[in-house]
Ligand binder design. Structure first.
Ligand code: FAD
Length: 287
């Protein structure tokens, strides 16, 4: 199928994008890498009157350090992060996350902002950036606001973004000295996750965060398990305790599905150095 007819506008700058989006009065949509939006147009799941291309805006393409944080422009591509193009992200754990998204052609064009705005529950950035405690900078004709990513996604493909709002950037911790792990289960490298989990602790003694992804909606944290592991270490990160925490968090899910998520948690914890590398029953068979 082909896209329905729409007006195409290339935004001159960020202010122009914000203005054109507002003028669209709910019938205009932004296009960044077009890796999710393009298929939506072609399947006519999206039928905007106007498409505003923001893929070439320098204002969205930079990465900078600000204090202990790194501010990533919404238009930064997965490939630029994977390749270490931006110095502040060269040693950052997000580099490996980017390398696992889809395949290279998609990563060349797909952007961090586009992925978050699209809000596919199985996407990599939503779960990993949520675990890192990221915050979004959003701009509309009413001004700028900052929103914690944990409060951004309401449900699958549904976010807090207003029709006239642009994601400008996402702020993440610089992550030096932190403990990080991310594991996604998919049948072939680069596929969307069937289950995923990310683990993050900024510094010794700081709160540990464990977040599940690839659910029906937004990523889901496991605060009680995280607290126990932060307090008691590997003794609290047993296969049984992880499985019980996941099963309690996902009561509507099938046992196999819970097992895959538990395997992702165990492997993310092992990556982060909380446990020795672990084999979780069932995960090998599923792989
Ligand atoms: C075959 C295939 C496999 C894939 N596999 C994976 C995978 O394994 N993991 C993964 O995470 N992703 C995967 N993706 C998705 C990919 O990462 C996309 O690049 C991403 O989801 C969308 O980014 P984009 O820049 O292409 O956004 P677009 O497709 O241009 O836009 C997506 C949505 O976001 C909106 N939008 C874009 N930019 C902004 C902004 N700055 N502010 C507000 N709204 C905005 C658009 O209006 C649109 O609604 C896959 C895609 C394909 C086609």
């Amino acid at each position: 199928m082909k896209a329905a007819v729409f007006d195409y506008r290339s935004a001159a700058d960020l202010a122009d994008a914000v203005q054109r989006l507002a003028e669209g009065d709910g019938r205009a949509k932004l296009m960044s890498g077009s890796q999710s939006f393009g298929p939506m147009l072609n399947l006519r799941l999206a039928r905007p009157q106007t498409v505003i291309d923001i893929s070439r805006l320098p204002a969205l393409a930079g990465v900078r350090e600000a204090g202990g944080s790194i501010v990533i422009g919404a238009g930064v591509t997965h490939a630029a992060i994977e390749d270490g193009v931006h110095a502040p992200l060269r040693e950052h754990p997000l580099r490996a996350v980017a390398a696992g998204i889809a395949y290279r052609a998609i990563r060349n064009r797909g952007t961090v902002g586009g992925s978050l705005a699209h809000a596919d529950p199985a996407a990599d950035w939503m779960v990993t950036l949520t675990a890192l405690g990221a915050a979004l900078q959003l701009r509309s004709p009413r001004g700028e606001r900052e929103l914690a990513l944990a409060a951004f996604m309401h449900a699958a493909y549904t976010t807090d973004l207003a029709d006239d709002e642009v994601i400008v950037s996402v702020r993440v911790p610089a992550a030096r000295g932190g403990r990080w792990g991310y594991y996604k289960f998919c049948r072939k490298p680069g596929e969307f996750a069937e289950a995923s989990a990310a683990v993050w602790q900024a510094a010794p003694g700081a709160p540990l965060t464990i977040v599940l992804g690839a659910l029906d909606g937004a990523p889901q944290a496991l605060p009680a398990l995280a607290e126990a592991i932060a307090r008691d270490g590997a003794a609290a990160a047993t296969r049984e305790r992880i499985a019980a925490a996941v099963a309690a968090a996902l009561p509507e899910r099938q046992p196999l599905d819970c097992q895959l998520h538990a395997a992702c948690v165990a492997r993310a914890l092992a990556q982060a150095g909380w446990t020795a590398p672990v084999a979780v029953a069932g995960a090998e068979a599923a792989e």
